[in-house]
Design a protein around this ligand. Structure first.
Ligand code: T1G
Length: 690
């Protein structure tokens, strides 16, 4: 029978089956919670029922609290009150898990008396990824089942564990052998027949006792994870809650957990991380195209160029089981490229991140060739040749004559105008950009660049393909630097100007590091290589970067760039680079002055926000949140600050506007406020409303 729109109640013999039907992921919305509570009460009052199974229809067991309800007034029963109903039930409740039991979903399963799962199921507490902590007793119950150390790892990493591992650690009692519902009912019958006790996780202490008197467990854990947790509030809050299991009673621990959960939920870090969670999913949705726009089949891919980018790009498709023909001009370069790919796979296998036998399987999907004609039957061809417009136009002109009709012709260019590249063909509607980030087989971001002519079918096909190869695809328009590199160029300009005016590369880097970037601006340049895009033939000491290149200082790879590097790549500020900067400033007639951290912070960050607003205003990005995803995923913008546009909204656009006007007066047009900011600020709106 229907308890409500999302929960049903059926009785099979002495077993009541409570089923949630709330797509897409059975999030624990108020309706789901109300339905379960009502069904449990019915079962408790039904004399013919001896035990209950709690199960979900659809793709997964409860995937957590309903994140869309955050920030709204609580609706009874709250998750914690629902848990009390289940945990204090006088008849056994068996949670039957498939898909992903996550967050509040797993926490609900933890108050059931027993848990059964299909072998493919996963269990996890990913709240930390949302800047939260498991706020329905996860920090208090999980340690009581799996022990302190495993609980610390699971709650602060947010990583799920598979059902078999979960059974080994006692998180799951049984693995279903066949149909989950049938096996769960059979398990419930056994619990009844064997008169098994109504186990409450909250009463178990044996796993806690193992950690008593060992404060080093927490000290060592904090130390080992300091770098990963830097800047994030949630991990430390979680550690404190787990510590409380040894210091407080269960009930006191639950009060403490709720207090720390509330602190996190009301903090901008969690708002930022929840923003990123939804923004990532929004980015996958193409606006303005008919919902039934067909996607094209991609059964075979061609890659032109077996260098660092081409090789990495090819690996993405081989990893997804898609055959790739990889073309190079010369056999020697082809062999070298394929050798590097094999080496990458072999080192991944050595680290246990893929099976050894998969190396040959993946390599078997890669066919090398020195003839472009071998790309004739490919459905998608991606060029990753030298970043030069003439070279790319020549390649596309050749492709136009070779590729089958309807094939997608994609360029991996970072900065060049894709309309100009497409103009070398008779099929501009088949041309798009697929801007991968180095290393292409690792970085999650993929900018899918549509030109004025790219067909809707190719747009939706490319966006779907991004998901197929495990990337986060963001659809962007054609224009200098698209989204990511255009904002990077705005940051470059300010950073370069600041060091001429009196800052040092190391103070600029420290300010960005303290803001939350994993690496500073000049450090990043040294890592990537100062000579990327530098032309030895035409260099003319036109800027500090060129001069450093002309001195042979190409960055980490030459043990010297803006920093000097020892054999272990440990960097130290370089007096040589500093002298180059000072000399160049003098030559430019720039009188150096003291530059404060605040000035560095404001000039770099507000220039980035302003450029993002311009990108949004020009329609190069469809959403402000798409810009955030590009910079969080591809450029290391700290996730707990949500991305440049989220951060701009957090400052408030009237504040942003004032800052820009002040900076414009002192530092010129980089800070001329985008008209979009002026409009939104005047309307009392934010980028999220654009
Ligand atoms: N609440 C609301 N909507 C959710 C949701 C959730 N928990 N999880 C997913 N969705 C939506 C998502 O926005 C998308 O919507 C659709 O479902 C499919 O998601 C008290 C406080 C479960 C592994 O962090 O990790 O419990 O775009 O595209 O790739 O301690 O969704 O279709 O409109 O991601 O198959 C803890 C978050 C919450 C899990 C499925 N739980 N979700 O991945 O599909 S906090 C989580 C996921 C909590 C308690 C605390 C994934 C997934 P739309 P999808 P997927």
């Amino acid at each position: 029978m229907k308890v409500n729109d999302v929960v049903t109640y059926e009785v099979e013999g002495p077993i009541a089956v409570i089923t949630a039907h709330s797509p897409p992921v059975n999030a624990l919305s108020s309706a789901v919670r109300q339905g379960i509570a009502g069904a449990v009460q019915t079962a408790l009052g039904d004399g013919s029922v001896g035990a209950m199974v709690l199960i979900c229809e659809g793709r997964t067991f409860f995937a957590g609290a309903d994140i869309t309800e955050f920030g709204k007034p609580p609706v009874e029963p709250t998750l914690r009150n629902l848990q009390l109903i289940v945990e204090n039930a006088t008849k056994p409740v068996i949670a039957a898990i498939h898909g992903t039991a996550l967050g509040g979903g797993l926490e609900l399963a933890l108050v059931a008396h027993y848990r059964i799962a299909v072998p493919s199921a996963k269990c996890g507490l990913p709240e930390v990824k949302l800047g939260l902590l498991p706020g329905a007793g996860g920090t208090q119950r999980l340690p009581r089942i799996v022990g302190i150390e495993k609980a610390l790892d699971l709650t602060t990493s947010g990583a799920p564990v598979g059902a078999r591992a979960a059974k080994e650690m006692g998180l799951v009692d049984e693995l279903a052998q066949g149909d989950l519902r049938a096996d769960a009912i059979a398990f419930a019958r056994r619990v009844l027949e064997e008169k098994r006790p109504l186990l409450k996780v909250r009463d178990r202490t044996e796993k806690l006792d193992e950690a008593r008197g060992k404060p080093e467990i927490f000290a060592n854990f904090r130390k080992a994870n300091a770098r990963k947790f830097r800047g994030f509030k949630a991990p430390e809050h979680i550690i404190r809650c787990v510590e409380a299991t040894l210091e407080k009673s269960f009930d006191e621990g639950m009060v403490y957990e709720r207090q720390l959960f509330n602190e996190l939920q009301s903090d901008s870090q969690s708002a930022a991380q929840r923003h990123v969670f939804f923004a990532e999913r929004q980015a996958a949705k193409v606006l303005g195209l008919a919902a039934d726009t067909p996607t094209l089949p991609i059964a075979k891919v061609g890659v032109i160029g077996a260098g660092t980018m081409g090789g990495g790009i090819a690996m993405n498709f081989a990893n997804a089981g898609i055959p790739v023909t990889i073309v190079e001009a010369k056999q020697e370069a082809l062999d070298r490229g394929l050798g590097i790919i094999r080496g990458n796979y072999e080192s991944t296998a050595k680290k246990g991140r893929m099976k050894a036998e998969d190396v040959d399987t993946r390599m078997g999907l890669l066919t090398g060739s020195v003839a472009m004609e071998d790309l004739a039957d490919c459905d998608l061809i991606i060029e990753a040749v030298f970043e030069n417009l003439d070279v790319k136009r020549e390649v596309f002109g050749t492709l136009d004559a070779i590729a089958r009709p309807g094939a997608i012709l994609a360029t991996n260019t970072s900065y060049l105008d894709i309309d100009d590249i497409a103009a070398a063909t008779e099929r501009p509607e088949s041309v798009c950009g697929l801007h991968f980030f180095s290393p292409a087989n690792v970085m999650k971001l993929l900018e899918v660049v549509r030109t004025k002519d790219t067909s809707p079918e190719i747009v939706v096909t490319a966006m779907k393909l991004a998901k197929t190869i495990g990337k986060i695809g963001v659809l962007v328009g054609n224009g200098f630097g698209f989204v990511g590199n255009r904002i990077l160029a705005a940051r470059n300009a300010q950073a370069d100007r600041l060091v001429l005016e009196g800052a040092t590369p190391w103070t600029v880097d420290r300010v960005l590091y303290d803001f939350g970037f994993a690496m500073g601006h000049f450090q990043m340049r040294d890592l990537v290589g100062l000579d990327v895009g530098w032309n030895r033939e035409t260099t003319s000491s036109a800027n500090v970067r060129e001069i450093l290149n002309e001195m042979g200082r190409h960055g980490q790879k030459t043990k010297g760039g803006y920093y000097d590097y020892d054999d272990n790549r440990k960097q130290t500020p370089s007096p040589i680079a500093m002298q180059v900067i000072e000399d160049f400033a003098a030559k430019q007639g720039i009188e150096r002055r003291a530059v404060s951290d605040d000035e560095i912070h404001d000039r770099i960050l507000f220039a980035m926000v302003n450029e993002g607003a311009r990108i949004l205003d020009e329609g190069i990005a469809a959403r402000a949140s798409d810009i955030d995803i590009v910079w969080v995923t591809g450029y290391g913008w700290p996730k707990y600050r949500g991305g440049p546009m989220f951060w701009g909204d957090l400052q408030g656009l009237p504040t942003v506007l004032e800052k820009l006007k002040t900076l414009e007066a002192a530092h010129g047009e980089a800070f001329t406020p985008s008209p979009l900011i002026e409009r939104l600020a005047a309307e009392g709106k934010g980028f999220r409303d654009a």
